[in-house]
Design a protein. Sequence first.
Length: 555
Amino acid sequence: MSFIREDISEPEQMKAQAIVVIHPGSQNLRIGRASDPKPVTVLHAIARRRKPEGTFHQDPSIAPAIKTVCYHFQDKGTLKKLEESRLSLSHLLQSCLMSNGKQRYATSSQQIASFNKGSKPVQADDATQSKCFLPDADTDCIIGNQILEMQEESLQDFNLHFPMKRGELNIHKGPSGTLTAIMADLQAIWEFSLSHYFSINLKDLKHYRAVLIIPDIYNRTHLKTLVHLLLKRIGFGGCFLVQDHVAGTFGAGLPHACVVDVGDQKTSISCVEDGISHVDTRVRLGFGGGDISQALHYLMKKCSIPFSPSNPVLPYESQLLHRFKEDFCHVNLDICGPQEKVILIERPGEKPVEHVIQVGDECLVAPLSMFQPDLLAITGEKEIQTQKPSVGDPDDPHDLLYLKETTRRGARGEEQDEDAEIDLEDSSVSEGQNGKTLDIPMGLDSAILWSIDQCPWDDLKRKMYSCVLVIGGGFKFHGVGTWLKNRLSLQIPYSHRPEVLDVVTRPKDMDPQMTVWKGAAIMSCLETAQELWISQKEWTRFSVKILREKVPFIW
């Protein structure tokens, strides 16, 4: 049954059915027609059968923990950092008050561990065996969610590839780590999704158009290759690119916001106003929901919680860990002391079992690690990045470097020439003045304040402080909006304080991990977006030069 959005007229609805919106992520791919109420979510991975005596390679489906032996770290400094961070957050929670004005209290992990050590698994009499996918001997390739149904023994015959990592293309030195190989993997995953979930004949894609959602911090070479993939290799009739933060404001129905997008492996922040993401405000933190899951796993071990993934980087094991996090983690200060929970463990080809367990403040400490990233050292050192500079493009004779040179030549006199050069270097057009990796670790609140502080004028800063939009699937915890609002309220400079600080975590009561996809779907149907489309013919004729003319951001 087709779904017609109330805000789309019938002719626009016909157009929307022929537009495919693609939102590729490090963990999941969200894809669907612009006319659909929500996208299909597919594990963004491909398993290719390994050749005899071929190199074994499996990308982890969750940020792997650093080398440990039952969490006795070889690096004692790391263990000390983790423990100091855990204790700091625990003490912070104990200093907070509940809504009734009473002091919070905490139960020691030893007391909770004592209960959990006595917990025995219970198997329901009517429990049926979980679905299990056993590939045939001649199966060369497995794509998407079917990988989640594979047991470890079956997966050992395959190399597992996630084309994206930490918000970027997963280029590495191992098998299938080249840009060409990654494009082949993306093509296989996206074409499979189009034919399997939407019954689209790939030969008919010339009659469809694609919207590709890209990160706010992007690599121009990768974007050029992705457009070529969509128009020439997959064969869409047209496409356009939209930045995820811009699409997020459209999906939330907000004219401006400081957008905080927490994914599985990265957290990105930028200030968006009237459909423009300000270059200098963009920052990417190298941690996300997957790192929170690993921090929770570390805390679970300390409490002897019986659920213990044998290998958390395996797809089905990481999904169990994510589900545990989403079911039990929160930022609700009224919940304190030991809480009894029932966890259901489902693994491919096995009957589900239940455990009755106790949890304490570990369920708050794990989400709050976003504000104190030392706890996230469990997954290694983190990078913080801003927009990288343009290095020029041999296929684009009028790129930024060309414009710099012609501006210099056209300036009158040496003094004017020097001034022109300075203006170009200092302007946001260069997208490169902050293009470096930052060494100073940032918590989420600090990064938001840093981003807003990069806004070029005070009125814009006040607007951004008035509205913070939190989207993505990595930070969906009850109460997180209130906590973030309180943290920001204490730190906003007095001169920039807004009348009202609004932290939006569920725009339009929508699942925040769907906001970006929905916004891109809405944008694709607007009359004003028609000039953004790039056709196959235009790409063939002008190549990368057409991107500078048509993309809705500074190329």
